[in-house]
Design a protein around this ligand. Structure first.
Ligand SMILES: Nc1ncnc2c1ncn2[C@@H]1O[C@H](COP(=O)(O)OP(=O)(O)OP(=O)(O)O)[C@@H](O)[C@H]1O
Ligand SMILES: [Mg+2]
Length: 372
């Protein structure tokens, strides 16, 4: 039935009123007729006919009023019982979905998120049940994400911690002098841990929209030139060529300079990390690129590196996601860089696109809205 709950209640009560109304008219009609017949048979006798017309009317009146009073009482009892029974039945039928929903909500409140209530109607209850099912699905996903996050964080923390523990135990047991190289390695692990904790902190702030960005007009072309300059040394050390190109200048965007710098540092360190010696990395900025009905400033970070298989691209911006974990582990990445970049760009009202071909190279393009 495609009626809303309100329409259903209206139809049912209307039906009750109609039934009671009709039965009132019908019972009155038949009862009156039978009463007249009865009166004719029982009361109209010779003695009745001998009375004056005034007395005859009085007898008729008393007879009818007495009988009618009794009938009204019986009818009233019958109507009240029928009305109550009907209302009890209708309220039961109309609240079946609500009772199912309440039972499901109680289960969710007790911590059981695996509940699903079947949607059997398109009325308000149907919509509420659908919304409830969507809500529990989101809760299940959030719970799953939380579990995964805790497991990932624990896993990432365990490795550097166990390395440090082992080295310190060794040094303590042998009682030997600790050489500076070993202290340096321990320090490296501590730095790795602090970076990881810092990344997680930024990520959690960005995900919950509590990052508190300091938007100011920023000349992105100038800023990119500085960033490229800063990482160029590292690229050269890795045997890579790095170039920067801007078609116009200045390219002003409203952005938080510190966070936007972090986005491009993450993309550039990836490009350096995942491009073998002899490769090329180029950064190109274009202002006023139309996408749909919006205009963006676009920055592409293009490398000629190892590339990313097509099936991996959808997970690339997930937390802790690394293509071929072993390969990336060796290079020291934790798989948070792209996730952070994605959230920071989103907080600026933009988005990142990626194109890649294994063994040919990867291009990440950051779209930032011109006016936010
Ligand atoms: N330019 C690129 N070329 C090839 N693979 C890439 C490139 N950028 C990212 N990837 C792949 O995507 C994965 C996720 O990148 P992300 O920056 O999130 O993590 P990471 O570099 O491994 O670690 P982190 O940035 O946290 O130190 C990387 O592990 C790598 O496998
Ligand atoms: Mg990275």
């Amino acid at each position: 039935m495609k009626l809303t709950v309100r329409q259903k209640i209206f139809v049912f009560t209307g039906l009750l009123v109609l039934i009671l109304g009709f039965s009132h008219i019908l019972t009155n009609k038949f009862y009156m007729e039978s009463l007249f017949d009865k009166f004719r048979k029982e009361e109209i006798s010779a003695s009745y006919l001998n009375t004056t017309p005034g007395e005859q009317i009085e007898i008729l009146k008393t007879y009818f009023l007495g009988k009618m009073q009794q009938m009204w009482l019986e009818k009233w009892v019958l109507f009240v019982v029928t009305g109550l029974f009907f209302s009890f039945w209708v309220s039961g039928v109309l609240t079946i979905p609500l009772r199912k929903l309440v039972a499901a909500i109680v289960r969710v409140a007790q911590g059981d998120l695996d509940v699903k209530v079947p949607v059997q109607s398109k009325d308000e209850y149907g919509k509420v049940i659908q919304a409830f099912n969507d809500m529990t699905l989101r809760l299940r996903e959030a719970e799953e994400a939380r579990r995964r996050l805790v497991a990932d964080v624990a896993h990432e923390l365990r490795t550097p911690l166990s390395i440090m523990q082992l080295k310190l135990e060794n040094a303590q047991q042998t009682g030997q002098y600790v050489p500076p190289e070993m202290l340096l390695r321990l320090q490296d692990e501590v730095i790795r841990l602090s970076l990881l904790v810092e990344d997680l902190h930024i990520l959690s702030l960005a995900e919950t929209g509590r990052l508190g960005l300091d938007f100011k007009p920023l000349d992105l072309s100038e800023r990119l030139e500085q960033i490229v300059d800063d990482v160029k040394m590292e690229a050269i050390e890795n045997g890579l060529e790095m170039s920067y190109y801007s078609n116009t200048r200045p390219v002003t965007v409203m952005a938080d300079a510190r966070r936007i710098t972090q986005v491009f540092i993450n993309l550039l360190t990836n490009a350096i990390r995942y491009t073998p010696e002899g490769g090329k990395i180029s950064v190109v900025i274009e202002d006023k690129v139309q996408d749909g009905d919006k205009v963006y400033t676009c920055v592409s970070v293009k490398d000629t590196g190892i590339g990313i298989p097509a099936e991996e691209l959808t997970h690339l911006f997930d937390r802790f996601y690394r293509v071929e974990k072993a390969r990336s582990r060796h290079t020291g990445g934790t798989g948070l860089g792209l996730s952070i970049a994605h959230h920071l760009v989103r907080a600026h009202g933009g988005f990142i696109r990626v194109e890649s071909e294994p063994n040919r190279g990867t291009t990440f393009t950051v779209y930032l809205p011109l006016n936010i």
